[in-house]
Design a protein around this ligand. Structure first.
Ligand code: KG4
Ligand code: ZN
Length: 324
């Protein structure tokens, strides 16, 4: 079964063809990120105009890369929510028109749930992934710019939300801290790179513990970084890299701890991660390292499947199509 996925929830216009919910046949993406960076965040109007400009071409490219036409497509999966309304409207109107005009079934997919699907996808040549395919049930962590959610995944049509952020999302906290430190946008990759020059720091930032729950809170740590920078920026000892490292260490330790605690509580030994923050090099390193001691299998997708893409939409769409 070939599913054409369409994703336009934020600043990426993406289309992909995925076979049987597993194999990526093509995966195309155009990003308007550069056009937003000078404003320090995504400007919804710019994002929707870019989707409007590119959606046709991106979809045609995904089909031609897959050496397919719409006749070979069994279903169209589109991101229904959450996201920027103007951006979602472009993708949904386009997908609905394609579906209606060509009598192809339409499947609506939730973007956050799809972020956990990256580890369940491979290209034909990626035999390692085929041979080490994640097993369900699993605990799923979505760490993105808009969400920090923990799920118990029995199967992909049976997801239970067990924890979420009560304020800022973890990616949002990277972006806000980068703005405080005047590092640029998006903050995640910049802080990741800057922090990589350090491996320890005396500065201690702590995120709220919220003991006894799997919930998160990141707005306090952002404020702590703000005051640290304000009070120390004129001191000769002030280090941007150490500040970035300490902030990053604290938030990633928190999400790692809660994810592993969820695995232990629910007696589950698979953890799947998704969302833009899953691209963080320190998070990837620490997760893999600590998982060994706990005998938990951690699945982190390659970078291009951590951030927004349409293959994850087509992949999850496959499971939804089988349920309805
Ligand atoms: O999943 P995503 O592409 O879009 C949403 O659905 O939100 O995530 C974007 C978020 C941004 O906040 C960005 O700063 C963060 O992911 N991000 C990172 C890294 N790469 C992207 N955060 C930490 N480290 C990174 N390497
Ligand atoms: Zn996303």
């Amino acid at each position: 079964m070939n599913i054409l996925g369409i994703e336009t929830s934020c600043d990426e216009t993406a289309a992909a063809v995925v076979k049987n919910g597993k194999e990526i046949i093509s995966n195309t993406i155009v990003s308007s990120l550069k056009e937003h960076s000078k404003y320090g965040g995504v400007i919804p109007e710019i994002a929707s105009r870019k989707h409007y400009e590119c959606i046709n071409l991106v979809t045609e490219k995904a089909l031609s890369d897959a050496k397919m036409s719409l006749k070979d497509i069994d279903a169209i999966a589109v991101t229904k929510e959450p996201g920027l309304i103007g951006s979602l409207l472009v993708g949904n109107s386009f997908a609905k028109s394609l579906s209606y005009a060509n009598k192809i079934r339409l499947i609506e997919v939730n973007h956050i749930e799809a972020h956990m699907y990256g580890s369940f996808l491979y290209n034909q040549k990626e035999t390692f992934i085929k041979n080490n395919y994640p097993k369900l049930p699993a605990i799923g962590l979505v760490a993105s710019g808009g969400h920090t959610n923990l799920y118990l995944i029995k199967d992909f049509t049976n997801l239970k939300l067990i924890g979420k952020t009560l304020d800022d999302a973890v990616g949002e906290s990277f972006d806000k801290v980068a703005r405080i430190l005047e590092l640029g946008y998006p903050g995640g990759p910049i802080i990741d790179k800057l922090a990589a020059s350090e491996n320890k720091s005396d500065i201690k930032f702590t995120s709220a513990k919220l003991s006894g729950t799997f919930n998160f809170s990141f707005s306090g740590i952002k404020t702590a970084v703000l005051y640290h920078a304000k009070n120390n920026k004129n001191s000769k000892d002030f280090s941007l890299a150490k500040t970035a490292f300490s902030f990053q260490e604290s938030v990633i330790d928190d999400i790692i701890k809660k994810s592993f605690n969820a695995c232990i509580k629910f007696k589950i030994n698979s953890l799947v991660i998704g969302g833009g923050v899953a691209a963080n090099s320190r998070l990837r390193f620490k997760l893999n390292n600590e998982a060994k001691n706990l005998k938990i299998n951690v699945f982190i997708p390659k970078m291009s499947l951590c951030t927004d893409n349409a293959a994850m939409i087509a992949g999850l769409g496959y499971h939804k199509s089988r349920k309805d």
